[in-house]
Design a protein around this ligand. Structure first.
Ligand code: ASP
Length: 440
């Protein structure tokens, strides 16, 4: 059994957290391949090391002193080193970083140092090998990871009985220069490792006990999702649930490796299992019809009205091509006999709204065009909704019973996600009443 375990920033935010990581890692021999983020926040007021490093870079660029910020970074690492009694020569490491900072203003190198130093300390503390991500994770020119080259490099470093700690978030280009992934990229590092090592499980340790059914800022203490499919997770993430880096799903999906989201501060909690298929577990414990639901405010609906619009061949294409021309992605386009509505994100359409309206009216000869700027979309996701009669009816009835008007409706034919649009002012209320009716 092979496990890749990734610890997020809050799991390595101070010496206490390092101790928790040690007890988690040493509890199982299988937890052999460890990926770490840079030290994150100890509490709400604290700073993430990566954020500080980005600020250092901006200061360097504008020739502003970086001494204070650099002190904060050094203090964080020295604090952990001293508390844990580590031998790592931090002075030497910081001298190298400062030296390189003078020579080149390479932002990727600089911000990658958070993960690099954290992994060096964690490796020593766990009595594990440290493997520098730059020697293993190889980027293509388009910033995707070259899986073949990465695998080649990986096979050379894993021949050891000891556990291995990899810094997350970065790798290198073919010329050896360090490149970082997008923010939160350590999730991707873990996922790529899981893929290449054919892991049985990818454990992603964070500071929450898995994925919650809905947003805890809207519903007090919502239930945890025990099992969710990758597809359901994609739907939830797209509509705003952020648990895992979006791109971290693909490498593990390719090999159907399950991901377990776990809480470093509560390791006993089973967390959430993300799987390719939940068929087997569903046989034992039938799932709720709704796995989870999430949503976002800030959508605009542009409605084109024209008699017999639905029978005019090519009209929808012409409408959509206007949005394409302005490089705006369309969320959905509900239609009726005489109207087509286009749902888009406010901030994407704001600057070009009047140009679009002019084209719809003048070029496509719409009789009228309406704009509604305060739509919230709620995605209700559940693999058990497929083929279940009356599910959407019950959701709509519940919203109606709570005096919430539904403005748009859409459901894909795989039936795992129903998206309803309501007025932004009723967003929270809608989430609360769906929870009360279907989950609580
Ligand atoms: N430290 C990086 C960030 O804050 C990457 C990560 O934590 O996954 O974005």
């Amino acid at each position: 059994m092979v496990k890749v375990v990734k610890f997020g920033g809050s799991s390595v935010a101070n010496a206490e957290q390092f101790k928790k990581v040690k007890s988690i890692v040493s509890a199982e021999k299988e937890r052999k391949y460890i990926v770490t983020s840079a030290c994150g926040k100890e509490n709400k007021e604290d700073y993430k090391i990566t954020d500080l490093l980005y600020i250092v870079h901006t200061h360097l660029k504008y020739k502003v002193s970086v001494d204070d910020i650099f002190d904060m970074i050094e203090n964080k690492y020295y604090g952990i080193k001293n508390d844990l009694g580590l031998k790592l020569d931090l002075k030497k490491e910081f001298d190298i970083i400062k030296e390189n900072m003078k020579e080149e203003e390479d932002v990727d190198y600089l911000v990658s140092r958070g993960e690099y130093l954290t992994a060096l300390m964690l490796a020593e503390y766990l009595d594990a090998e440290f493997v520098d991500a730059k020697d293993v994770f190889k980027f293509n020119f388009d910033k995707t990871i070259n899986m073949e080259k990465t695998n080649e490099a990986l096979q050379k470093v894993i021949n050891t009985d000891r556990k291995i700690v990899f810094p997350g978030f970065y790798g290198s280009m073919s010329d050896g220069k360090i490149r970082v992934m997008s923010r939160g990229g350590s999730d991707i590092t873990g996922s790529i490792l899981a893929n290449l090592l054919n892991a049985d499980l990818y454990e992603n340790w964070t500071d929450v006990s898995g994925i919650l059914v809905c947003d805890p800022r809207i519903v007090n203490d919502p239930h945890r999702i025990r099992t969710i499919t990758y597809n359901e997770l994609r739907e939830m993430s797209y509509m705003g649930a952020n648990v895992l880096h979006e791109d971290a799903v693909f490498p593990v999906v390719a090999k159907k490796i399950p991901i377990n989201i776990k809480n470093t501060n509560n390791p006993e909690n089973p967390g959430t299992m993300i799987m390719y298929s939940c068929e087997e577990v569903d046989k034992q414990t039938p799932p709720y019809p709704i796995t989870g639901f999430t949503g976002k405010k800030g959508f605009t609906v542009i409605t084109c009205i024209k008699n017999h619009i639905s029978s005019e061949v090519g009209f929808l294409r012409k409408v959509l091509s206007i949005f394409e021309k302005f490089n705006i992605s369309v969320e959905s386009c509900p239609t009726s006999i005489d109207s087509i509505s286009i749902v888009v994100e406010n901030n994407k359409v704001k600057k070009v709204l009047y140009e679009i309206l002019a084209e719809l009216k003048d070029d496509l000869k719409c009789d009228d065009v309406h704009v509604y700027e305060n739509l919230a979309l709620i995605a209700v996701v559940g693999r058990a909704m497929a083929n279940k009669k009356g599910m959407s009816g019950q959701i709509f009835a519940e919203l109606g019973a709570n005096d919430i008007n539904i403005k748009t409706i859409s459901q894909g034919s795989d039936e795992i996600c129903i998206v309803v649009g309501v007025d932004g002012s009723e967003f929270e209320k809608a989430i609360q009443c769906i929870y009360k009716k279907f989950i609580d």
